[in-house]
Each structure stands twice: as structure tokens, then as C-alpha cells.
Write a protein that binds this ligand. Structure first.
Ligand SMILES: C[S@@+](CC[C@H](N)C(=O)[O-])C[C@H]1O[C@@H](n2cnc3c(N)ncnc32)[C@H](O)[C@@H]1O
Length: 451
């Protein structure tokens, strides 16, 4: 029998989806953070559930050749990254293997999964940082949440956001301290500053700053704005977002633009995009270019196709595909994102794309009688609505390119499409989130010919 607080010598034979090592003690699975497949180690069992337990790594007896010393000093307390102890090739292999296994196990799909497309430099890649502010020992702190908690730790530098983001956070901490502006305390529902959100354009020298506050009044607003833009002229727009709710959701319903026009411009594969503080925009610009190229390759466009871009955000996939299509129809539920998409079409002189506000599952029904050749799907983590997939199957769209940031819901949706006469041709994972266990996958499906 496995006992809590007891020490065991174990061998790790597999990894969990979030990068923990899996070992078995008398046949009972125990998950251990920071352990790698292939390693032997001494562990202490710290928690036991009915069918699995958790252990703490005490001493590695036989180190994996793929182990790497994490470059970040916060790695072991931070809830952000969880693969930094693996070398980069192992991270890429881990993601390919997980994609293949999840599609097979949950989706009953056996398809070719290509090697994960990785980055030349898998650090400093994020174009968006969301940083909570808090108080510790009467000092303002800002950082990320400690693993599996809502406790903030004071971050010195983060290795997956641009260096300038860490500098701006440090600067704001000092400014708020000087003006006695207190951070929000989610337990007592007091204080003002909840989060700071930074967005960076990859192609242009432009950034946006959003200060999320618990109430509308921001003391010393003018002084804050002028000091920030004097020190960091890359910041082209500043927004105050007001979120008075007791919630984990970052942005509240109301925003005030306090500097600039709430827009920064970026480019993906030579198409310009306007991004506002609310729009969804892929967080890894270098990989996004590669991801979209693959999506367009999978769509096999000749210039004659009618294409749907479902869950289109600010129109990024559809506008990238427009040059190779006859007509693009986009649908997205956030009205401001659709406005951005329309402006993006105009700014790039793209005339064959139209965007509609609404739920994909509802709007697609109004397009049911169109002869659609290709469908791009890029839903949020929860995947597609069943109603949406039912309509897609009814429309008998010839090719589908599914872009997913959650392999489990992808497997569920592909399983349904497979049962509706679609063939899953191939899949390519993209490493959009190096050092973390998140995976992005592009999948190509074709409608089987009716016999
Ligand atoms: C993963 S993002 C993809 C955005 C875009 N394709 C891109 O690559 O930037 C998913 C988008 O779906 C939108 N969304 C969520 N639920 C939706 C629904 N039921 N119908 C339409 N859009 C939805 C979100 O607002 C978000 O912009």
C-alpha cells in the first residue's frame, strides 16, 4: 500500500498533459512536478486520492539527458511556465506525442501528426502580458500567480515576455508607490489597481497599456500618462478599464481611453492589423505567421473558392486567405473585433471579405444555402458548439482547416466530424507557447466522396 509522507525510489515512465512525471508505486500512479520521463528519483508522497497521488521530487538518481536548468529564477514558484526544465527538443517532441495520443484516445482518430514547428529562440516571444498587482509587507508587488494559487509573487523578470514589459511593470510599481495608489485586494475587495495589460506590435514600434482598476477614479491620471509616455515612447495608447466585479475575468465592461486611440498596428504575412485592448490576437507573432501559412496550405486554395472564417477575431485568418480565394465570410461574437476586421480589410484594400457579428452556430445557418468550399475554424478553448458542427456537416463543405488551442476539445470535435463523413488527413502542432504545456494544432479534413 502506498503511504502519504513516505519516501520511495521510483522510475518515471510517462508524462501528464501538463508536464508532470508519472511513476507507479505498486501499480498506483503518482504524479511528480519537475520530473522527466526516463529519470529515476527518490520522491516523497504528499497527497493521495482514490486512483492516483502526488509526490515531491527529493533527489534525482539518474538524470535525463533532456533535462535543462531553467533560466528563470521564479520557475519553481510561478504558475506560468511548466516545461522549462525540459530542453527545447524534448518540449517539441512532448507536444507532438500529446497531440497524437489525445487524438487517438479521446477522438478515436489515427492520423499523421507531423513534427511540432518550433521557434529559433523560444524565449521573450509573447506580445501580450497580463500582470496582477498586489501588496506584500506593505509594499506594492506585481508579477504572476504562484502555481495553483491566487497569491501574487513579485516578479523581477519574465523570460517569455519582451524585456521592455518587465521594465514597464517595474516603473509602474514605483509610480503607484510614489502616488500612494493601492493595488486591489481581492479578499477584502479594497484598493484600486487590479491588472496591467501590455500589448506589443511585433513589426512596428508600438505598444498599448491597459490599467485595470476596481473603480472609475484613477488619481494622478495625467501625471501617470505623461511619465509613462516620456519614459516609454513606444506606448502609443493607454486605456483605463474598470472592473468592479469580484471575478477572475481580467477586463470589466467599461473602458476609458486616456491616451492615443486604443489602437496599435501589427502585421502578419504583410497584412496590417489594428488591435484594440479587447481584441483577441494570437500571442506569438513569429509562430502565427507560420501557423497561418500552414492553414492556407491545408486549405488548398486556387482563387476560386468561397471560404468561411469562423470565430474570426479581427479577421486575421480570413484576410490572410483572401488573396487566394474568391470570397471570404467571417463570423465573430465580439462586435469591436468585427469592427477591427472591417477596418483591417479596408486598410489592406481587401474587397472580397465580409465580416458578421454573431454566434458562429447561429450565423452559419444563414449561409446554409451558399456553396462553401473551405471552412477555417479557430474556436476558443471549449471548442465548437455541436449545433455549429451539425450545420457544417449538413452543408457538406469540401475542406475544413481546424486551428485549435485545446487538443482535448479538438479530439471531441474531430470525432464528430469523422462520424459525419469527414476524413482527418493530417495535423501539425505549432509551438505557440514555448516553456508551457499549451499546444496549438492545425488540422486538415476533407469530405469523403459519397459512394
Ligand atoms: C481562438 S480565437 C481566434 C481568433 C482568430 N481566428 C485569430 O486567429 O486571431 C477565438 C475567437 O472566437 C470568438 N468566439 C467565441 N465564441 C464564439 C461564438 N460562439 N461565435 C463566434 N465567435 C466566437 C472569440 O471572441 C475569439 O475572438
Amino acid at each position: 500500500m502506498v503511504l502519504k509522507n513516505e519516501y520511495y525510489e521510483v522510475e518515471f515512465t510517462d508524462m501528464t498533459h501538463d508536464g508532470m512525471g508519472i511513476c507507479k508505486i505498486e501499480g498506483f500512479p503518482v504524479f511528480v512536478k519537475n520530473a522527466l520521463k526516463g529519470e529515476r528519483a527518490q520522491i516523497k508522497v504528499i497527497k493521495l486520492n482514490k486512483s492516483f497521488g502526488f509526490g515531491r521530487l527529493i533527489n534525482i538518481l539518474n538524470e535525463s539527458p533532456f533535462r535543462k536548468l531553467p533560466i528563470c529564477e521564479h520557475y519553481h514558484e510561478c504558475g506560468g511556465c511548466n516545461l522549462m526544465h525540459m530542453n527545447y527538443q524534448m518540449q517539441l517532441d512532448f507536444k507532438k506525442h500529446r497531440t497524437y495520443e489525445t487524438l487517438k484516445r479521446l477522438g478515436k482518430i489515427e492520423t499523421t501528426v507531423h513534427d511540432t514547428v518550433g521557434m529559433g529562440n523560444p524565449y521573450y516571444y509573447r506580445n501580450k502580458a497580463v500582470i496582477p498587482f498586489g501588496m506584500h509587507n506593505k509594499k506594492i508587488i506585481a508579477g504572476l500567480y504562484k502555481s495553483r494559487t491566487h497569491d501574487i509573487f513579485d516578479m523581477k523578470r519574465c523570460y517569455i515576455i519582451p524585456k521592455i514589459d518587465s521594465d514597464i511593470i517595474r516603473f509602474l510599481k514605483n509610480v503607484f508607490t510614489e502616488y500612494n495608489i493601492e493595488p486591489y485586494d481581492e479578499v477584502y475587495n479594497t484598493g484600486l489597481i487590479r491588472h496591467v495589460v501590455l500589448r506589443n506590435s511585433y513589426k512596428y514600434d508600438e505598444m498599448s497599456l491597459t490599467i485595470v482598476t476596481s473603480s472609475p477614479k484613477l488619481p494622478k491620471k495625467e501625471e501617470i500618462v505623461s511619465r509613462v509616455i516620456a519614459k516609454f515612447p513606444r506606448i502609443k495608447t493607454i486605456v483605463q478599464n474598470i472592473n468592479p466585479e469580484k471575478t477572475n475575468v481580467i477586463l470589466g465592461k467599461k473602458s476609458k481611453i486616456i491616451y492615443g486611440d486604443d489602437v496599435i498596428v501589427d502585421e502578419i504575412n504583410n497584412i496590417k492589423f489594428e488591435i484594440s485592448h479587447r481584441s483577441f490576437y494570437q500571442v506569438n507573432p513569429i509562430q502565427t505567421e507560420e501557423l497561418y501559412k500552414k492553414a492556407i496550405e491545408y486549405a488548398d486554395l486556387s482563387g476560386k473558392e468561397v471560404v468561411i472564417d469562423a470565430y474570426c477575431g479581427i479577421g486575421t485568418i480570413g484576410l490572410n486567405a483572401a488573396a487566394y480565394s474568391k470570397h471570404v465570410l467571417g463570423v465573430e461574437s465580439i462586435p469591436s473585433a468585427v469592427k477591427n476586421a472591417e477596418r483591417n480589410a479596408l486598410n489592406n484594400n481587401i474587397k472580397n471579405a465580409k465580416f458578421v457579428v454573431g454566434k458562429a452556430e447561429e450565423v452559419i445557418k444563414t449561409w446554409k444555402n451558399y456553396d462553401v468550399d473551405v471552412l477555417f475554424i479557430d474556436p476558443p478553448r471549449k471548442g465548437c458548439d455541436k449545433e455549429f458542427l451539425e450545420t457544417v456537416a449538413e452543408m457538406k463543405i469540401k475542406r475544413i482547416v481546424y486551428v485549435s488551442c485545446n487538443v482535448s476539445t479538438l479530439a471531441r470535435d474531430l470525432n464528430y466530424l469523422q462520424s459525419m463523413n469527414y476524413h482527418v488527413d493530417q495535423a501539425t502542432p505549432f509551438d505557440m507557447f514555448p516553456q508551457t504545456s499549451h499546444i496549438e494544432v492545425v488540422v486538415k479534413l476533407t469530405l469523403n466522396r459519397e459512394i
